[in-house]
Each structure stands twice: as structure tokens, then as C-alpha cells.
Design a protein around this ligand. Structure first.
Ligand code: NAP
Length: 313
């Protein structure tokens, strides 16, 4: 049976995927974007986005995604709701299977499947996400002006977030499960010397208490060495225990770095397989911003267009 071969399939529907779709559609590539059963990526769990250019009054994360989606559809992107369950980049055209049942073929693929913040796994944590619990100080720190906040983690992200939060909060307490930080010496020194930052060592958060209005009010913290439990008052809790790129599907197909991020070339979005491109957080462990994801999504669409023009598929 003959199968339509698409010019380009885009996997993922956060800012990277939707921007790639706008550019690919405007280049007449009629992209098929597979948006995943829980579409929109990390912006869907963010409230106010005040750092995306073009929105002087800020925009809600889900609204920003909705507007990008409408823009992609205006230029005739076909959007399919479903999870990619298998890919085969070893033969051409490439094969992409959705929901274990429908197979699509394409000359090029742009992967924008994103990353997700690792969470502690507490029931209260997901319930209070956006109401005092956050996994992104850059996104949400501003809302904790004159408040008392806690950060969990002992790596560079936790240290950077704690230092960033001192711009707003009256006090920042970093809770780490060991008595030694993993982060770089320079950030450790800056955090330890900062008058607004305190540390709670050898301890884990075991629960988050909410006020009647449904926002964070206190934490339950347990010292792993002494077993002692404390319940400090808290206005916010930032989880900074690392991110995981959504790359399980690609690990036998593409070169990944040691932490699972897709490796792209230094000055473009090409992966280890010609014709497969990656953009956004799935290939970026450093910047992880909506605007940088959108930027690389644009680059990936242009890279795919050039690849198709070269006729090497
Ligand atoms: P990371 O280095 O993996 O550190 C994660 C931290 O969270 C560790 O301290 C870990 O504790 C703790 N942790 C993990 N799971 C936990 C859990 N369930 N409960 C409590 N604590 C938990 O992650 P990252 O800080 O996000 O950094 C990731 C990479 O990006 C690193 O290579 C980092 O250097 C880099 N990065 C660099 C910069 C920069 O250079 N400015 C900024 C951000 C990130 P243990 O220490 O006990 O394992």
C-alpha cells in the first residue's frame, strides 16, 4: 500500500514545535505536527509569563501556547493529537508511529519533545503547582516579592535559583538531602556568602501544607540523620532537583549526551542522523526558556527546509 510521504513531521507542541510549524508551513512544507496527548509542554503548567517579548502586560502560559497554536494553524499546519510511540530513523523515508497504531512517513523530522522538571513525588506537590510550588524560579520568582521561600536541591540549578530568588524574597532557605552541595564551587561560595540564604542540611521535604485559600503555607521537613521533623512556615517551594529530557524514544536512534539530551551540532539543529533535527529543551540543558525554545524551533524549520532543498533525503 502506498503511503503519503510528508516533507516534515514535527514531534511536540511547546514553543519550539509550534514555532517550527509556523516557519515550516510558511515555507510550504505542509508540516504534520504531532502534539502529544498532553499538549503544550511546560508552559501549560506555568501561570504568568512576563518574559516573552511582545506581551508587555504578560501572558498566561496556556494562552501563549494557544496563540502560537492558532498561528501555526493559520498557515495550514496539520495538528494531530496523540503520543509518538515509536520512531525509525534507520531507513528513509523516516517512520513515526502514533499511539501504537498509525504510521506516518516523512523525509525530515523535527524533534521538540521537551523536558520535564523532576519532582519530589509528593501528592501535595502537583496539587499546589502554580500556587506556591514551582519548578522554575526564572518564571515564577517575581511573584515571591517580600516572601519567604525554600528551594530543594544541591546542584547548580538549586544554587542558581536560590541566588536569583534573593532579588525578590526576604529569605531563601535551601534544603539539601546531604551535607555537601553538588553544585560548582563559585555558585556554592556565592550562595553561602549571601546574607539572605540559609541552608538546611541532611533533610528532605516530606509534605507541603496549604492554607484555606489553597496556597503553600508550611513545609514538613525531616532530618535524615536525626529523624527530627520540623514544620517551618513557607510562602513558596521551588523544586530544583534537575530536569529529564523526553528522549526515551530516541535513545537507540540518535546520539544523546550522558544525561539524555539530544546532541545537536554547535551552530545548527542537526542531530546525528541527517534529516532529523532537534529544538527546544530536548537538546538544551542550559537556557530552557520559552523564547530560546522558540528560537531553536525556527532554526530547525530553516535547517529542515535547506535539507529538503538539497534533495539528500
Ligand atoms: P544535578 O546536578 O543533577 O543536581 C540535582 C540535585 O538535586 C542534587 O544535589 C541531588 O542531590 C538533588 N536531588 C535529586 N533528586 C532528589 C530528590 N528526589 N530529593 C531531594 N534532592 C534530590 O541537577 P541540576 O542542578 O539541575 O544540574 C544539571 C546539570 O546542568 C549539571 O551538569 C549542572 O552543572 C548544569 N547546570 C549548570 C549551571 C551553570 O553552570 N550555571 C546552571 C544550572 C545547571 P545529591 O547531590 O544528593 O545527588
Amino acid at each position: 500500500m502506498s503511503q503519503t510521504v510528508r516533507e516534515v513531521i514535527i514531534i511536540g507542541s511547546g514553543p519550539a514545535g509550534l514555532t517550527a510549524a509556523v516557519y515550516a508551513a510558511r515555507a510550504n512544507l505542509s508540516p504534520l505536527l504531532i502534539e502529544g496527548a498532553t499538549a503544550g509542554g511546560q508552559l501549560m503548567i506555568t501561570t504568568d509569563v512576563d518574559n516573552f517579548p511582545g506581551f508587555p502586560k504578560g501572558v498566561q502560559g496556556p494562552d501563549l501556547i494557544l496563540q502560537m497554536r492558532e498561528q501555526a494553524q493559520r498557515f495550514e499546519t496539520e495538528i494531530l493529537t496523540g503520543d509518538v510511540t515509536e520512531v525509525d530513523f534507520s531507513n528513509r523515508p523516516f517512520r513515526v508511529v502514533v499511539d501504537d497504531e498509525t504510521t506516518y512517513h516523512a523525509k525530515s523530522v523535527i524533534i521538540c519533545s521537551g523536558a520535564r522538571a523532576k519532582l519530589l513525588g509528593l501528592p501535595a506537590e502537583s496539587r499546589l503547582m502554580g500556587n506556591g510550588v514551582s519548578a522554575c524560579a526564572t518564571c515564577d520568582g517575581f511573584f515571591f516579592r517580600e516572601k519567604e521561600v525554600f528551594v530543594v536541591g544541591g546542584g547548580d540549578t538549586a544554587l542558581e535559583e536560590a541566588i536569583f530568588l534573593t532579588k525578590f524574597a526576604t529569605k531563601v532557605t535551601l534544603i539539601h538531602r546531604r551535607d555537601q552541595l553538588r553544585g560548582s564551587k563559585i555558585l556554592q561560595d556565592r550562595a553561602k556568602q549571601h546574607p539572605k540564604i540559609d541552608f538546611i542540611w541532611d533533610s528532605v521535604v516530606t509534605d507541603i501544607k496549604a492554607s484555606v485559600s489553597g496556597s503553600v503555607e508550611a513545609l514538613v521537613i525531616q532530618n535524615l540523620k536525626t529523624g527530627e521533623r520540623t514544620e517551618p512556615k513557607a510562602d513558596g517551594l521551588f523544586i530544583a532537583i534537575g530536569h529529564s529530557p523526553n528522549t526515551a524514544l530516541f535513545k537507540d536512534q540518535l546520539d544523546l549526551d550522558e544525561t539524555g539530551y539530544i546532541l545537536t551540532q554547535a551552530d545548527n539543529t542537526k542531530t546525528s542522523v541527517p534529516g532529523v533535527f532537534a529544538a527546544g529543551d530536548v537538546q538544551d540543558s542550559i537556557y530552557r526558556q520559552a523564547i530560546s525554545a522558540a528560537g531553536t524551533g525556527c532554526m530547525a524549520a530553516i535547517d529542515a527546509e535547506r535539507f529538503l532543498e538539497e534533495g539528500l533525503h
